[in-house]
Design a protein around this ligand. Structure first.
Ligand SMILES: Cc1cc2nc3c(=O)[nH]c(=O)nc-3n(C[C@H](O)[C@H](O)[C@H](O)COP(=O)(O)O)c2cc1C
Length: 343
């Protein structure tokens, strides 16, 4: 499903925009490894369980129709004029959470997302201001991304001298002029972000908001354990879709160790390479409570706006229910008990 969708998006988008979204860091080793790792995971189905699939679940306190949420993706208006609003509407239709990106191209107030993602700006006043705006806009959780101390070199963007298209800005940051059109994305990101964030900063943030916090970009079980001790409610096992450390471990391979480290003290989400209902069940079987979807929704948005994104989410749920049925699972909890093998 997503290969055809990706091809359709590629045909429609300007080459540099396609490259920015599809590409990864460096030689794109981790980008490729994310898919290869998923495809090595075989499921061991159960039989005679009498179960009927119902994938509804709850992540970060939010009820949803399936264990899938929309990953934060910056600058969605590059792909469709309705950008973040279109994908948020599709998520609402599908009954799953939309995570608005700090670098989103519509404001928190316009989107009123379920969850809001933050990076670490050097200016902590700005960060706190964004937290308060998210709270006022009714967000029910924060997702704090910690795998971008600096933005990785992405060869395609260097080659294309990639800059944001006219009219696309980091809308949440624009009124005080912190993000400008025309500069390369990497230049303005590295000016904005704090490269030296530490656990003390997480403590600082934890003490300043009552919202649940998910820490996104955790791959080492020791960091996962430390995050739980610091009071986070979930960790997101992610290598940023292969866009940060090239050579980072595939998220799927890191997942069992992270689950073991946090036990059931925290929820564990996963992203980076999820492309189908089968992948969702693979992630559950390896220890995830749920997954985030990134690029497939960018392609769907590019091709068909809200309807396109809603269609992809419907197909994903149909596939998920089929895989649950074929593995003898009724619920997300059943899928978490499935055994896996290598193939
Ligand atoms: C074009 C693009 C922009 C992204 N922007 C952000 C962002 O602003 N914040 C963030 O935490 N992650 C961002 N990500 C990473 C996604 O949240 C997610 O980790 C990744 O897309 C998952 O991998 P997948 O695309 O293979 O599903 C971005 C990913 C893409 C492809």
């Amino acid at each position: 499903m997503t290969d055809e969708l990706a091809e359709a998006a590629k045909a429609r988008l300007p080459r540099a925009v396609w490259d920015f979204a599809a590409g990864g860091a460096g030689a794109e080793r981790t980008l490729a490894a994310n898919r290869a790792a998923f495809d090595r995971v075989a499921l061991v189905p159960r039989v005679l369980t009498g179960s009927v699939p119902d994938p509804a679940t709850r992540l970060l306190g939010t009820g949803m129709t399936m264990p899938v949420a929309v990953a934060p993706v910056a600058y969605l208006r590059m792909y469709h004029p309705d950008g973040d609003l279109a994908v948020a509407a599709a998520a609402r239709r599908a009954g799953i959470p939309f995570t608005a990106a700090m670098l989103g191209s519509h404001t928190i107030e316009e989107i009123r997302p379920d969850w809001f993602q933050l990076y670490w700006p050097r200016d902590r006043g700005l960060m706190l201001d964004l937290v308060r705006r998210a709270e006022r806009a009714g967000c029910s959780a924060l997702m704090v991304t910690v795998d971008m101390p600096v933005m990785a070199r992405r060869d395609r963007d260097v080659r294309n001298r990639f800059t944001l298209p006219d009219g696309v800005t980091a809308a949440n940051l624009v009124p005080d002029g912190r993000a400008r059109e025309g500069s390369t994305v990497v230049a303005h990101t590295n000016t904005l972000f704090d490269p030296a964030v530490s656990w003390a900063d997480l403590d600082w943030l934890r003490s300043r908001t009552a919202l649940p916090i998910a820490l996104k970009g955790v791959l080492d079980p020791r960091d996962a354990a430390r995050a739980v001790a610091a009071g986070v409610d979930a960790v997101v096992v992610s290598n940023h879709g292969g866009r940060q450390l090239d050579g980072a471990v595939p998220a799927v391979d890191a997942l069992p160790g992270v689950r073991e480290a946090v036990g059931e003290h925290s929820q564990v989400l996963l992203d980076s390479g999820v492309r189908s209902g089968l992948d969702v069940v693979r992630a559950l079987a390896l220890g995830a409570d749920g997954v985030l979807i990134g690029r497939p929704l960018v392609w769907a948005l590019s091709v068909g706006g809200t309807d396109g994104a809603a269609h992809v989410l419907r197909s994903l749920r149909d596939e998920l229910c089929e895989v649950l049925a074929l593995t003898g699972c009724g619920t997300v909890g059943d899928a978490r008990e499935l055994a896996t093998a290598r193939m």
